[in-house]
Design a protein around this ligand. Structure first.
Ligand code: 9Z3
Length: 322
């Protein structure tokens, strides 16, 4: 048996061993399939953007989880830029993480820009007014959001645990296969490499009276290989590689490219990720760096990343047509 087959078997076993929320899962899959079919009919490009972290439950009826740092800014901002590039966007995000457009209000309190009209304060009417001077960008953001929604180009699907994430990634990938090379994967979610299989989890809450807690975490199978070789083999795939040590970043990115055989790795260092990334392909390494002035004006590096990925996808798609 080839190493690839072994990997793919491990992925199948993972699905056999792990249960996920079947009701929500079925609803989500049918929404994804309908979305993809609609875009296929119009020969539109569609990108799957994954975003946010994953929760690793420690108990079967879970009270505690292992989490990570990702807040979902990369994914949410990128989804907006893909929409403005004309793509249909399936936004697969961790519940509670940032979302396209509403992310702009996450740092403040939206209630601060709303006012109850003077003549409504006796409760006889229900009109609110918006003080846009307190948030000058509000109109443009609402307009962009409504355009995306009304044109049917944005589908948001949430997940919570690692298992939910992987199940939805598989279902989306299989649906997107219909689009061939018009489909893009932009995998920005920070997915845990480790988890506890259900058979190893205690049924009830772990008791602190049992003394120090020792956990054995298992490795999550490498789903990317299944995605690239089996679930959606004609798509353009861009993944992210996160490290904290610059010395190993590029080697790890190149290692991922040769292991999975996909098109692009976007390499980033944790504390530089808002202003610097390196686009790594088999042929080149290209640094994208926001200038100091752009950083001061809080410009998004995602605009530049998405522009670069769209150009590469366009070339890839044209190359597959001949
Ligand atoms: C990233 O590297 C993203 O850029 C961040 C974005 C998660 C750093 P934020 O959500 O951060 O805006 O706060 N994502 C991928 C990280 C990852 O786990 N990649 C896997 C790996 O490095 C491969 S898919 O092994």
């Amino acid at each position: 048996m080839e190493a690839d087959d072994i990997d793919l078997d491990v992925v199948d076993l993972f699905f056999d061993d792990n249960d996920y929320n079947p009701k929500k899962y079925q609803d989500d899959i049918s929404k994804i399939q309908t979305f993809v079919a609609g875009h296929h009919a119009r020969m539109n490009k569609v990108v799957l953007v994954t975003s946010g972290g994953t929760a690793i439950p420690l108990e079967n009826q879970a009270v505690r989880f292992i989490e990570n740092f990702s807040g979902g800014k990369r994914g949410a901002a990128s989804a907006e830029y893909f929409l403005s590039e004309g793509y249909g966007v399936i936004f697969l995000y961790r519940q509670g993480s940032l979302r396209p457009y509403s992310r702009h209000f996450a740092g403040g309190n939206i209630l601060d820009v709303l006012e109850i009209r003077e003549d409504c304060k006796d409760g006889t009417c229900s009109q609110l007014q918006v003080d846009t001077t307190k948030m000058p960008s509000l109109m443009a953001i609402v307009e962009a959001y409504q355009t995306a929604k009304n044109s049917g180009r944005l589908l948001e699907v949430s997940y919570h645990s690692l298992v939910d994430y992987i199940a939805l990634l598989k279902a989306s990938s299989e649906a997107l296969h219909l689009l061939g090379s018009l489909a893009v994967f932009y995998l920005a979610a920070a997915v845990s490499d480790f988890y506890i299989p259900p058979s190893d989890m205690p049924k009830h809450k772990i008791q602190s009276t049992s003394g120090p807690l020792q956990l054995a975490l298992h490795q999550v199978p490498k789903f990317l290989r299944a995605l690239v070789s089996k679930w959606s083999p004609k798509a353009f795939v861009a993944t992210f590689k996160l490290e904290t040590d610059e010395a190993i970043l590029i080697d790890k990115a190149l290692g991922a490219l040769s292991k999975y055989g996909h098109q692009v790795v976007i390499a980033n260092i944790l504390h530089e990720r808002r202003y610097r990334v390196i686009i790594v392909t088999k042929e080149e390494q290209k640094e994208l760096l926001l200038s100091r002035a752009s950083q001061d004006q809080e410009h998004d590096i995602e605009r530049v990343i998405v522009r670069d990925i769209c150009i590469r996808h366009d070339q890839f798609h044209k190359g597959t047509e001949v």
